[in-house]
Design a protein around this ligand. Structure first.
Ligand code: CAO
Length: 416
C-alpha cells in the first residue's frame, strides 16, 4: 500500500530527541529519511544510557526507526560537496543544531536557496528571536522556560518538570506539522521556506490553558477550580501550581486505591463531573448529597471539593484501580487508572493497535518501542529498526550518482 509521504526525500540533520522525533514521524508517513551523521561518531545518543554493551542505545533506536543512515564529515570540502548534492536532491532539510551551527558549516538559508529553491529548511531551536536566541537548550530547560514547570507540582513544593517530553518530542511534533504544511504550500507556489519551531514556543502552546488562567487570575484574583480556593490559601500574582486538579471546568483529583501502601501506582484519576453527580453519590453510598444544598450544585461543591474527594477515596481504597474503573464506567463517571510503564508495556490492546511495538535489532535483539500514535487508514505504519551508523552510506551515495571509485576515495579520506 502507498504511504502519504511517498516520494518525499528528507535530509535528516537531526540529533538527540527533538529533531529525530520529527523525522521519525515523517518516515512513518512514508518519506525517505536520510540521517546524516558525523563519520566515526554518529548521533551522540547512540552511546548514551546504553543497556547492552556496544549496541545502539534504546535512546537512539526508539527515535530513529524507518530511517537510512549515512556518515559524512560536513566540515571537509569533499563532505560539503556531498552535502550540496544531497540538498539539491532532497525536499526538506531538518536540523536541530545549536544556533548558528548550520551557518558556520557554510549552509545558511541563502546558500541552501541557491542550491535548491524548493527546499524546505526546518529547524528546532531552544528559543525564538530575542534575548535567549543563541542559547543551547535541552528538554527540561524548555519545560521551565515555556511555563510548564512553574505550573506543575504542588503549592508547597518547588516547580516540577514532567516525564512527558513536551520540550523535545512536543517540539518535534509541532515541527512535523510545519513541514507537511510547507510541503503543501510548495505544491502551489513551487517555493521552499524556512520552518522554525522554538522549544519554548512549543511548550507554551501546550501550556495554553495556563496563560488563560493567568488572565483570569489578573481579572478576578481567584480561580475556583484550583485547590488553593478550597483550602483558603492566598493566590499570588502568577498562576500557582495546581497539584492534581483537573485543568478544565470539571474538578478531578488522584485518589488512592487498594494496595496504595505498597504499590506506588495504585491510584485512579477521578472526575466529579457535574452531569453524573447523582450516580457518583449513589456509587459511594452518599445518596443524601444528591439533594443536600451544600452538595447538590457544582458551585456549592467547590469549597468542599477536597473533602468530597477524601470521601470518594474511602470508597476507591476498597478496590483496585481496575475494579474502580469497571464500576465507575458503568455509570459513565469519567476516571482513569494511573498506569505504570510496566503495565503499559504489557497491555495487549496497545500491542494490537501498533501503539506499542516489538522490534528486532541485529545487535541488541528484541526491544519495545512506541509506534506511530497517528493512525491513517490509507497510510499504515510499519515500524522498522533504526539504522546502524553509516549502514546506508554506499547505497545513498550511489543513488546520488557517486561511482564506486569516488565512494572509495571518500572513505579513504575519512569524509564518510
Ligand atoms: N560533520 C561535521 N560536523 C558536524 C556534523 C557532521 N556531520 N554534524 C554536526 N557537526 C558539528 C556542528 O557543525 C557543530 O559544530 P560548530 O559548533 O563548530 O558549529 C558541532 O557539530 C556541534 O553541534 P551542536 O552545537 O548542535 O551540538 P552540541 O552537542 O554541542 O549541542 C544541543 C547539543 C542539543 C544542546 C544543541 O544542538 C541545541 O541547542 N540544539 C537546538 C535545540 C535542541 O534541539 N535541543 C533539544 C535537544 S534534545 O534534548
Amino acid at each position: 500500500m502507498s504511504k502519504a509521504l511517498d516520494g518525499v526525500r528528507i535530509l535528516d540533520f537531526t540529533h538527540v530527541q527533538s529533531g529525530p522525533t520529527c523525522t521519525q514521524l515523517l518516515a512513518w508517513f512514508g518519506a525517505d529519511v536520510i540521517k546524516v551523521e558525523r563519520a566515526g561518531e554518529g548521533d551522540a545518543t547512540r552511546g548514551q544510557l546504553r543497556d547492552v554493551p556496544d549496541a545502539d542505545s534504546l535512546y537512539f533506536t526508539m527515535l530513529n526507526h524507518n530511517k537510512r543512515s549515512i556518515t559524512l564529515d560536513t566540515k571537509k570540502p569533499a563532505g560539503k560537496e556531498v552535502l550540496e548534492t544531497l540538498i539539491k536532491q532532497c525536499d526538506v532539510m531538518v536540523e536541530n543544531f545549536a544556533p548558528g551551527a548550520l551557518e558556520r558549516m557554510g549552509f545558511g538559508w541563502e546558500r541552501i536557496q541557491e542550491l535548491n529553491p524548493r527546499m524546505i529548511v526546518a529547524s528546532v531551536k531552544g528559543f525564538g528571536p530575542g534575548p535567549y536566541e543563541d542559547c543551547k537548550v535541552y528538554e527540561n530547560v524548555a519545560q521551565c522556560a515555556g511555563g510548564s514547570a512553574s505550573t506543575t507540582g504542588f503549592d508547597d513544593g518547588p516547580p516540577l518538570v514532567t516525564g512527558a517530553q513536551i520540550g523535545d518530542s512536543g517540539t518535534g511534533l509541532h515541527l512535523a506539522l510545519g513541514i507537511v504544511t510547507a510541503l503543501y504550500q510548495r505544491t502551489m507556489t513551487g517555493r521552499g521556506q524556512k520552518v522554525l519551531t522554538a522549544m519554548q514556543d512549543a511548550v507554551l502552546n501546550l501550556c495554553r490553558v495556563k496563560l488563560r488562567d493567568q488572565q483570569r487570575l489578573e481579572r478576578t484574583g481567584v480561580m475556583e477550580e484550583y485547590p488553593q480556593f478550597t483550602s483558603g490559601a492566598k493566590f499570588g500574582d502568577a498562576v500557582p501550581r495546581a497539584g492534581n486538579a483537573s485543568g478544565g471546568g470539571q474538578p478531578g483529583w488522584i485518589l488512592k486505591c487498594k494496595g496504595w501502601e505498597t504499590d506506588p501506582n495504585a491510584y485512579i484519576y477521578f472526575i466529579a463531573q457535574a452531569p453524573v453527580w447523582a450516580p457518583i453519590c449513589r456509587v459511594i453510598g452518599r445518596e443524601e448529597w444528591i439533594t443536600d444544598p451544600d452538595y447538590a450544585t457544582p458551585r456549592a461543591r467547590l469549597p468542599r471539593l477536597m473533602s468530597i474527594f477524601a470521601t470518594v477515596e474511602e470508597w476507591t481504597k476498597t478496590m483496585t484501580k481496575f475494579e474502580a474503573m469497571d464500576v465507575l464506567n458503568k455509570f459513565d463517571i469519567p476516571c482513569g487508572p494511573i498506569l505504570s510503564m510496566k503495565e503499559i508495556a504489557e497491555e495487549p490492546s496497545l500491542r494490537a493497535t501498533g501503539t506499542v511495538v516489538e522490534v528486532d535489532h541485529p545487535v541488541r535483539g528484541k526491544y519495545l518501542t512506541v509506534g506511530n500514535p497517528i493512525k491513517m487508514s490509507d497510510s499504515p505504519t510499519d515500524v522498522t529498526r533504526s539504522p546502524l551508523l553509516g549502514e546506508h552510506t554506499e547505497e545513498v551515495l550511489a543513488q546520488l550518482g557517486y561511482s564506486a571509485e569516488k565512494i572509495a576515495a571518500l572513505r579513504e579520506d575519512r569524509v564518510i
